[in-house]
Design a protein around this ligand. Structure first.
Ligand SMILES: C[S@@+](CC[C@H](N)C(=O)[O-])C[C@H]1O[C@@H](n2cnc3c(N)ncnc32)[C@H](O)[C@@H]1O
Length: 206
């Protein structure tokens, strides 16, 4: 891993992901988590202040990248819920099957190496009555925006430490066996559209 990936990229990404407009979107998702929560790609812990301690017994944060985890130390210390970090890739988690009540995934499916394997692992560890809460950016249904996403992706990816602009979010969830119960697709305001297409919702395994 080079200097940029270790020191600059993660700070930049964390700063962008911590913007006020994005926090508003997080607030629509994270407080619904309950029980034992798995947060995939917890990164610098931007969701931690939003967990409701009356509903959440523990957050297990999975993320393989030390530079992102390092940035989250103070948020973990300040969290109102117990937080356990597992430095591992979501494509091969050590967690037992059907062991978590909620999975939270925000701005992560864009960055994992293999989204299909990651979602299949999430499907495995989630209890049948559990829910996957998602807030992801990805491929737009608008052909003109999608064209720009495909054009910009090779330039964007190294800058944003492996984040892709053009991954299909809902298609990947369905292909992994999830049933989408609630979803909203829209553009984040005040952001150029290739970077702004969001999918926010709730899914179950069956
Ligand atoms: C754009 S950041 C988002 C961080 C956080 N989810 C948020 O909402 O602010 C993407 C995160 O995905 C993590 N990530 C990348 N590959 C991963 C993998 N294979 N498994 C789990 N997390 C991964 C990165 O380390 C980084 O923390």
């Amino acid at each position: 891993m080079g200097f940029y990936e270790r020191h600059v990229g993660p700070r930049l990404v964390s700063c962008v992901c911590g913007a006020a407009d994005i926090r508003i979107e997080r607030e629509k998702v994270v407080p619904a988590a309950k029980g034992i929560v798995l947060e995939v790609g917890i990164g610098s812990g931007l969701n931690l202040p939003l967990y409701d301690p009356a509903r959440v017994s523990r957050v297990i944060g999975v993320d393989p990248h030390a530079p992102f985890l390092k940035l989250g130390r103070s948020r973990r210390e300040a969290a109102h819920v117990p937080v356990e970090i597992r430095q591992e890739a979501a494509e091969a988690m050590q967690l037992p099957s059907r062991s978590v009540d909620t999975v939270v995934v925000t701005f992560t499916l864009c960055s994992v190496q293999d989204a299909a394997r990651c979602l299949s692992e999430i499907h495995r560890v989630l209890r049948p009555e559990g829910r996957l809460l998602f807030l992801e950016h990805g491929l737009s249904g608008d052909a003109a925006v999608a064209r720009w996403q495909n054009r910009l992706n090779p330039l964007w990816r190294p800058l944003a430490v492996g984040c892709n602009l053009n991954r299909p979010v809902l298609g990947s969830l369905r292909a992994a066996g999830f049933t989408i119960e609630e979803v909203e697709e829209y553009y984040l305001p005040r952001t150029p559209r290739p970077f702004a297409h969001l999918s926010r919702g709730k899914a179950r395994t069956g």
